[in-house]
Design a protein around this ligand. Structure first.
Ligand code: SF4
Ligand code: SF4
Length: 134
């Protein structure tokens, strides 16, 4: 069974070798889809966990006991290219630089692989071009 989750790490456990522990203690493979983890800061990982259903549940319980917040996610950010006016407002709030303005064309560039689906960009857009999709 596979489960995609967002893990939010408090500062004190941000350096914990979580994927190693999941594999060793629970036989759960963790495929990191997106990561925003810096020393001494709150970290976020979007991971796809795969393993036996009971071990997956046990692994999620263990993560919770470590103070790691678990969110189930299958959402993706979508930018409506027809509506976007490339004002750049959304780039100012994006914590991972997934949203940037191209230095030459001044057009909005969205690097999906960097997006952690924090949704901070959504309310900044004056033309409501940003949304989440399941
Ligand atoms: S949801 Fe928006 S602000 Fe958050 S990481 Fe993705 S693009 Fe950046
Ligand atoms: S805030 Fe909206 S209109 Fe402006 S660049 Fe971002 S997506 Fe485009």
């Amino acid at each position: 069974m596979k489960k995609r989750v967002t893990l939010t790490f408090p500062r004190q456990v941000v350096q914990m070798p979580v994927t190693y522990r999941l594999a060793k203690d629970f036989n759960v493979a963790a495929n990191i889809i997106r990561a925003q983890v810096a020393p001494n800061q709150v970290g976020k990982l979007v991971v796809e966990l795969s393993g036996d259903i009971d071990q997956l549940e046990a692994a999620l319980d263990w993560l919770g006991q470590q103070g790691i917040e678990i969110g189930l996610t299958s959402r993706e950010i979508t930018i409506d290219e027809e509506s976007c006016v490339h004002c750049g407002l959304c780039t100012g709030v994006c914590p991972t630089q997934a949203l940037t303005l191209d230095k030459h064309t001044w057009l909005l560039n969205f690097a999906r692989s960097r997006c952690i689906v924090c949704e901070q960009c959504i309310p900044t857009c004056p033309v409501v071009a940003i949304s989440t999709q399941f």
